[in-house]
Design a protein around this ligand. Structure first.
Ligand SMILES: Nc1ncnc2c1ncn2[C@@H]1O[C@H](COP(=O)(O)OP(=O)(O)O)[C@@H](O)[C@H]1O
Ligand SMILES: [Mg+2]
Length: 307
């Protein structure tokens, strides 16, 4: 980022850094992106809206936000929600300064940085934040478009280019619904569903160079494993990328003569071709970890795949 500092009524504050993703092309999701981009349109007479993405973990909520910010050519500032966030964390924090001439540095949050710079603020996992910590959003997300900072003792107005979006996992929202004052300001609610089979195939192909040209039989094997193992939901992009990524790692690892990785960080190891047996093993490991998540003892895991 060019400018690390900004001035608020004469006080110098440090800005949060933007997120710069380096991503391959997004697969599908045109409908969801159209809804987000339409919500962000702003005229004199109508305010931009602040959408809320809701979906299972790993379905691609973050990815949609990254792509929408990129399409608008806006800087993206991400605030990660969790239980310990306070209202002031959402705005500004202070720390002892490294500069001998100053006692304290003010560091403005990703939310306030986006407000100052006219970027996008994305609050991820918003339902994990306790309701009273969300209070500063009330004035930001309605026509006031400002926030009062206790630490700075100042009112901060949003640049007219500022846009807002948040996401939450479905389960978190069921457990702790968002307070009404936030729910009523977060519109539209956009459900992000599991991608279709052809979209998952597209995501795998675009993610892994090795799968681009010829991966059909491995993709067929993947769907066979998924269906035969009775997992009672479709795969998410995250599951699929994990399984194929681990299968590729297994292929590379097995190709080492002494089974000792030369240098884990470098590309000096030769890439080995991925085979069905690698996918089968990766799938076993995945299945075992999802069963553990659900507290089913590992002895109950029935292994039907080849070793
Ligand atoms: N439509 C898509 N096209 C390409 N990659 C995707 C797509 N959706 C998700 N992914 C990838 O799948 C993984 C999980 O997606 P993510 O956006 O983090 O899910 P969520 O935020 O819903 O938990 C990421 O690596 C992401 O880049
Ligand atoms: Mg996410």
């Amino acid at each position: 980022m060019k400018e690390r500092n900004a001035k608020i009524q004469g006080k110098t504050v440090q800005l949060s850094p933007p997120y710069q993703g380096t991503h391959s092309r997004i697969v599908a999701r045109e409908n969801e992106m159209r809804k987000v981009l339409a919500a962000w349109m702003g005229r004199q007479s109508s305010q931009p809206l602040s959408p809320l993405l809701v979906g299972e973990p790993g379905v691609g909520k973050n990815r949609i936000v990254y792509e929408c910010a990129r399409l608008c050519d806006k800087e993206l500032y991400i605030f990660q929600g969790h239980e310990d966030v306070t209202a002031e964390d959402l705005i500004c924090s202070v720390r002892f300064s490294d500069d001998p001439g100053k006692k304290m540095d003010y560091i403005v949050s990703p939310l306030v940085t986006a407000m100052l710079r006219g970027g996008v603020c994305f609050i991820d996992e918003i339902a994990k934040i306790r309701p009273r910590a969300l209070a500063p959003l009330a004035s930001i997300l309605d026509e006031r478009r400002y926030v009062d900072s206790v630490l700075l003792g100042e009112r901060i107005h949003a640049h007219r280019g500022f846009r807002f979006i948040a996401a939450t996992n479905t389960d978190d929202l069921d457990e702790t619904p968002l307070p009404e004052f936030i729910r009523s300001r977060m519109r539209p609610v956009i459900r992000v569903e599991y991608p279709e089979r052809s979209e998952i195939d597209g995501i795998i192909r675009s993610h892994f160079e090795e799968m681009k040209a010829d991966g059909s039989s491995l993709l067929d094997r993947f769907w066979e494993l998924w269906t035969n193992n009775g997992i009672n939901r479709p795969p998410t992009p995250r599951d699929s990328i994990y399984i194929f990524g681990y299968a590729l790692n297994l292929a590379d690892f097995e190709s080492l003569r002494d089974r000792r990785p030369c240098n884990l960080e470098s590309d000096s190891c030769e890439s080995a071709p991925i085979e069905e047996k690698h996918l089968d093993k990766a799938f076993d490991v995945f299945r075992e970890s999802t069963r553990r998540d659900n507290n089913v003892p590992s002895t109950h895991i029935h292994s039907s795949t080849k070793q």
